[in-house]
Design a protein around this ligand. Structure first.
Ligand SMILES: [Zn+2]
Length: 129
């Protein structure tokens, strides 16, 4: 298994900064969307079907924003781990995280095994969609 080396710091710092900028841009875009209720003001006809569609969209936007904020938090703490030179190690078991995993998801805080366990704990009655 290839593991992260401190020599990789600049490369991962760059990946994380790019990801941070993308997330912040997406969050700004969501912020700029007109608020559902406000966007209805001024409309002469309120079609209930349109309202329902807009409410669904607003809910999706909120879920999206929530997901992005959670990821931003992970990216920021990964950047801190790089600055403190203990990036690339699982926060749970302390084992080195597979380099391929870090490349795919630079904000990974856990090795694959611990991540699986966390997801299982978070969704104990996981429902197949
Ligand atoms: Zn682990």
């Amino acid at each position: 298994m290839d593991t992260y080396d401190n020599q990789d710091e600049p490369r991962f710092a760059l990946l994380l900064r790019q990801r941070e900028e993308t997330i912040r841009a997406e969050l700004r875009a969501l912020d700029n969307l007109p608020n559902t209720v406000n966007s209805m003001v001024g409309h002469e006809v309120l079609d209930f079907k349109d309202v329902a569609v807009e409410e669904t969209m607003a809910r999706l936007d909120r879920a999206n924003a929530h997901r992005l904020e959670a990821e931003l938090l992970q990216v920021v703490s990964a950047q801190r781990r790089i600055a403190e030179h203990h990036y690339g190690k699982c926060l749970d078991c302390g084992e080195a995280i597979d380099l391929r995993r870090l490349q795919a998801l630079p904000s990974s805080a856990y090795c694959a095994a611990c991540q699986t366990r966390h997801e299982h704990e978070k969704f104990p009655r996981h429902q197949a969609l």
